[in-house]
Design a binder for this molecule. Structure first.
Ligand code: PBG
Length: 325
C-alpha cells in the first residue's frame, strides 16, 4: 500500500503520538560519568580543553558525587593523575594511589554508586605510552603483568568494574585470570575492545596529562579504517572474558557500534570521547549551535546505533534534561 492509503505523516501529527511512537529512549541509567582525580587537596579546577569538566581532589569529588547520585546516574569511570610518574607507571598500582583512595572514599560515602576504573599506564608513565618500553618499542607481554597489578589494586580498594583501555593483546585474559585467582571472580570487566587511534582524544590527553612524549599510539590502538579488525578485537576480548565490550570513540564510529551489536548481541558501551564533547562546547560558546539539543541528538544517535551504555562528559547535563524536560 502506498500514498494516499499510507501517510506516515499521520504518525507525526501530535506531540503525544510522537512520544508514544519513539523508538529510542535515553535514560539516566544509560550513562557513565568520567571523573578525573588529581593528587592534592582543595577545590576542583576546570580543565581548559574541556569546559565544564574538572580535576577533582578527594575533597571536591564527594560534592560532585552528590550531584551525580541525585541525578540517578548509576556509574562513574575514574581516571587518575598521579603525583609522580616513572618508566613503568608503578604509581598506577600503588595501594594508596589517587584512584585507589578515590575508590575507597566513594564506596564509603556512596556504596550504591557503581565505581568503574580505567586500567592504563599512559597517565602514569614518564613517556606517556600505555605500555612499558623495551628497546624503544612498547612491550606487550611485559605490560600485561603490570596491568594485572593495577586491576588487583583497584579490586582490593573496592572497585565494582575495571575497564582496560591500553589495547595490549591478551590483557583481558590476563586481568580475568589475576582477578579470578585472587578472589575477585565476580568483578566485571568492561574492555575498551575496539579502541581506535583517534584524534578525538586530544582534549583528554591534556586533561589526563597522558600524551605520548614520542611517537604515537598507532602500534596498539586501531586504524580508523578497519571495521573487520574491530570485530576481531571484540570477538577476542569476549573469548578472554570481557563482560561488556566498548567501542571508542562513538560518533565517528556509529557503524562499528551497529555492527558489533548485530554480530555479538552482548552488552555494549560506547565512549562519547573528549573531542566529541569539546567541539560541541566550543561551537555552542560561539553561538553556532544549540548545545542542549545537539547533545541530546548525539547521545540518542549513539543509543540508536546499538549502545546500551554511553560514557559521556555530558552525563549530568543530559540527565538533567531527561528529568526536567
Ligand atoms: C587511556 C585513555 C584515553 C582515553 C580514555 N582512556 C586516551 C588515549 O588513549 O590516548 C580517551 C578518552 C577521551 O578522549 O575522552 N589510554
Amino acid at each position: 500500500m502506498a500514498f494516499p492509503q499510507q501517510r506516515l505523516r499521520r504518525l507525526r501529527a501530535t506531540e503525544p503520538l510522537r512520544r508514544m511512537l519513539k523508538e529510542t529512549r535515553l535514560a539516566a541509567d544509560d550513562f557513565i560519568y568520567p571523573l578525573f582525580l588529581k593528587e592534592g587537596a582543595g577545590e576542583k579546577i576546570e580543565i581548559s580543553s574541556m569546559p565544564g569538566v574538572y580535576h577533582h581532589s578527594l575533597d571536591s569529588l564527594l560534592k560532585e558525587l552528590e550531584e551525580v547520585s541525585a541525578l540517578s546516574i548509576p556509574a562513574v569511570l575514574l581516571f587518575g593523575l598521579p603525583g609522580i610518574k616513572d618508566e613503568t607507571g608503578s604509581e598506577a598500582f600503588a595501594p594508596k594511589g589517587i584512584v585507589q583512595r578515590g575508590i575507597m572514599a566513594i564506596k564509603a560515602s556512596f556504596p550504591d554508586l557503581m565505581v568503574i576504573t580505567d586500567i592504563c599506564l599512559c597517565a602514569y608513565t614518564t613517556h606517556g605510552h600505555c605500555g612499558v618500553i623495551e628497546n624503544g618499542r612498547i612491550d606487550n607481554d611485559k605490560t600485561l603483568g603490570i596491568l594485572q597489578k593495577v586491576a588487583l589494586s583497584h579490586a582490593a580498594a573496592g572497585a565494582d568494574m575495571v575497564a582496560p583501555s591500553d589495547m595490549m593483546d591478551g590483557r583481558v585474559g590476563a586481568i580475568r585470570s589475576a582477578l579470578d585467582g585472587n578472589g575477585y571472580a565476580e568483578l566485571t570487566i568492561m574492555s575498551y575492545a575496539a579502541k581506535f587511534a583517534s584524534h578525538f582524544y586530544g582534549p583528554f590527553r591534556e586533561a589526563a596529562d597522558s600524551s605520548p612524549r614520542f611517537g604515537d599510539r598507532k602500534s596498539y590502538q586501531m586504524d580508523p579504517a578497519n571495521p573487520l579488525e574491530a570485530l576481531r578485537e571484540i570477538a577476542l576480548d569476549m573469548e578472554e572474558g570481557a563482560d561488556i565490550i566498548m567501542v571508542k570513540p562513538a560518533l565517528a564510529y556509529l557503524d562499528i557500534i551497529f555492527r558489533a551489536k548485530e554480530k555479538f548481541g552482548c552488552p555494549l558501551a560506547a565512549y562519547n570521547v573528549s573531542g566529541e564533547y569539546s567541539m560541541v562546547k566550543a561551537a555552542a560558546a560561539r553561538g553556532m549551535l544549540d548545545e542542549t539539543n545537539v547533545m541530546m541528538e548525539m547521545l540518542q544517535s549513539i543509543k540508536r546505533a546499538g549502545a546500551d551504555l554511553i560514557i559521556t562528559y555530558f552525563a549530568k547535563e543530559a540527565a538533567r534534561v531527561l528529568r526536567e524536560g
